[in-house]
Design a protein. Sequence first.
Length: 164
Amino acid sequence: MLFRETGLLCFADEEDNPFLDGVTASFRMNPNAKHTVYDDQELREQFPQLKFGTPMHGCLDHSAGVLLADKALRAVQDLAVLYGTKILDGICVDSIQEQDGYVHVQAEGISIRCKTAILCPGPWASPLLDTVGLSLPLTTVKIPVLYWRLVQLLFWQCQWVALT
């Protein structure tokens, strides 16, 4: 499984919220998309576990979910290898040049000649791009990657009956 459908609830306490307006407008363009638009009363009834202090409105995208990035990347890589791609992971590319319709890559003493090369240098992109005469104002940014154990929450209503 690469994708876990969980749904996504977007809501706002502003009458004209640009983000929420864009979400609902996108659903209006595709009437077959699974979604529900809620006014304040409906939102409070449908999601009593959420406490709102001001009038709210929202939209539930029933088909939204979580892409399991590590498994999706592995699936794409496996397909690429199946169709003849060679993946070299964790090597430092020294230079890249185009010559005679081929890409020539020098990496850690390895010389690679191919029709197409896809490089994913991450934060090391600027020095590599400089070797092909492309200078971009890139800034390295640290982004934390967090994993949580999946916990399913179940909400139910209980009715107490007095036995006499």
